[in-house]
Design a protein around this ligand. Structure first.
Ligand code: MN
Length: 505
């Protein structure tokens, strides 16, 4: 598996109208809609195919379209727009059945009012100002999630907002029927990495199933020496490697063993059509090393990963990888590891024992072999690198009992104050928004995990759109966050979800 090609997905451009205005007007409506759909399909900001669908003018047509969308595997969502007035009772039966994400575009075909020539024909053709209000009402009345995008359709910011939503819809589609493999169980006694896998499958569409690490060992042990030679050569061509790790070197065998594990993992994941996996250092029976470089390189190829059995982060990371496909900047599994509490600039050093994705590497990673203090296994091979400065975010998906919660903290990656030559793992150093104290207090009040999906490609808008589609509780800790405001949001959400979910998910 390589990065997801988002052009395989379609978003359908849907226009609502009715027969009140006569066939001539409807013809123009269709022509205008086609022009907009064509422009969106060609827009660099919109990464998926945009497909024009005939203008909907009757309840039966709306219902048929919604059913068609549900059954079309390439269709990841609808962009709806009411160019003219589309009475919304026409939409009720269709929307009741619709199971695809929706972005409601509130735009107008003509940008400007032609002041000197405006007449009723112009008014009838450019009435989204009230047509889309009727359309918005029915979504709100039916308590249905959607993204509302407002502005002139040719504006870059409008196309960018739709593009962000398309990415979120693609990640949602990718989750439907996805499989994640959990080698071993959870790290013993750890709470936040646990969760209700049945609820997750019901709500999110992906399955998480456990496998004995022996199943993986079998795959690892059947790797051919020739395949190992080839992969080790690829390592040597791709990464910096010390002489004693190269063929003939004293510790070359550690690298070969790591390559064997990578090949075994890849074979296992491919055979089961898995989109991600978890490992746990407490259950590595028969594996010589904790998977390090293998987890790193599999992440770089788009697989989700969670350490210590953290399947929620593995699935979230996979979704983030799909959303980020083709965007500049990387996306990785991450852990808040240690702090720099200097009052002149408080910072977080994010890392993990080994498993950070080289998509966030600043330059060529270095392949190193060092002892690992835990797990009692042979010294594992890992890629070591730092992360370029710039805006980023950390996202955490947790199970709070009656719902799942997505927390996002916007951060700014900074250059470390000094080189860290003795640190044997990949790392990123960042400053939290709005500040260290507020961000960490909000995160901790919100129950956010120590594991996250970290991204320099995505913005909070991607995660918010994804949460809207997935019907997830979404909490942003950004530049405007305050602890007291955040506590109030948590408390009001408790009431909202208690009422909204009834007996729970
Ligand atoms: Mn961890």
């Amino acid at each position: 598996m390589k990065m997801t090609n988002l052009k395989q997905f379609e978003v359908w451009f849907i226009t609502g109208s009715q027969h009140l205005y006569g066939p001539e007007t409807l013809k123009k409506v269709a022509a205008h809609s086609q022009e907009i759909a064509k422009a969106f399909n060609a827009a660099p900001a919109i990464p998926v195919k945009v497909v024009f669908k005939p203008v909907l003018t009757t309840p039966d047509a709306v219902t048929a379209l919604c059913q068609e969308a549900n059954n079309a595997p390439r269709c990841i969502g609808l962009i709806t727009w009411c160019h003219t007035f589309s009475p919304s009772k026409m939409w009720i039966n269709g929307l009741k059945q619709l199971r695809k994400p929706v972005a409601h575009l509130h735009t107008q075909f003509n940008r400007d009012i032609p002041w000197s020539s405006i007449d009723m024909d112009f008014m009838n053709l450019n009435q989204a100002a009230h047509g889309d209000r009727e359309h918005g009402f029915i979504w709100s009345r039916m308590r249905m999630n959607r993204k509302v995008v407002v502005g002139f359709w040719q504006e870059k910011s409008v196309q960018e907002k739709l593009g962000v939503w398309c990415r979120a819809a693609a990640a949602w589609q990718d989750w439907q029927g996805a499989k994640f493999a959990r080698f071993g169980d959870n790290m013993r006694e750890v709470a936040v990495t646990e969760g209700d896998k049945v609820a997750a499958q019901f709500k999110f569409g992906y399955a998480v199933n456990g496998y004995g690490v022996g199943d993986l060992v079998k795959s690892v042990n059947s790797v051919s020496p020739k395949a190992i030679d080839k992969l080790v050569q690829e390592y040597a061509d791709t990464y910096q490697m010390a002489a004693d790790l190269r063929p003939g070197g004293a510790r070359h065998d550690s690298v070969r063993e790591a390559a064997r594990i990578e090949l075994g993992l890849r074979t296992f994941l491919k055979a089961g059509d898995f989109k991600g996996f978890t490992t746990t250092f407490e259950d590595l029976h028969g594996l010589a090393q904790l998977p390090g470089i293998s987890a790193q390189r599999l992440m770089a190829d788009g697989f989700g990963f969670g350490a210590e059995g953290d399947w929620k982060t593995a699935a979230l990371l996979r979704a983030m990888k799909v959303m980020a496909s083709g965007l500049p900047g990387g996306t990785s599994f991450m852990e808040d590891y240690t702090y720099h509490l200097d009052p002149k600039g408080k910072k977080v050093l994010g890392a993990h024992m080994l498993e950070i994705c080289p998509s966030i590497a600043d330059g060529k990673p270095s392949l190193q072999v060092h002892p690992l203090g835990i797990g009692g296994k042979a010294d594992p091979a890992r890629l070591v690198f730092s992360t370029p400065a710039g805006p980023a975010l950390n996202a955490s998906l947790i199970d709070v009992g009656n719902r799942f919660r997505l927390l996002v903290n916007e951060v700014d990656v900074v250059k470390p104050d000094q080189p860290m030559p003795k640190l044997p793992v990949a790392q990123a150093v960042w400053k939290c928004r709005p500040d260290f104290e507020t961000a960490c207090a909000c995160w901790i009040y919100g129950g956010g995990a120590h594991h996250t999906g970290f991204s320099q490609a995505l913005t909070a808008e991607h995660l918010e759109d994804f949460a809207e589609i997935a019907d997830l509780e979404y909490l942003l800790i950004g530049k405007d966050a305050s602890v007291s405001g955040f506590k109030k949001e948590l408390r009001s959400n408790e009431v909202y979800y208690a009422l909204n979910n009834g007996l729970g998910i």
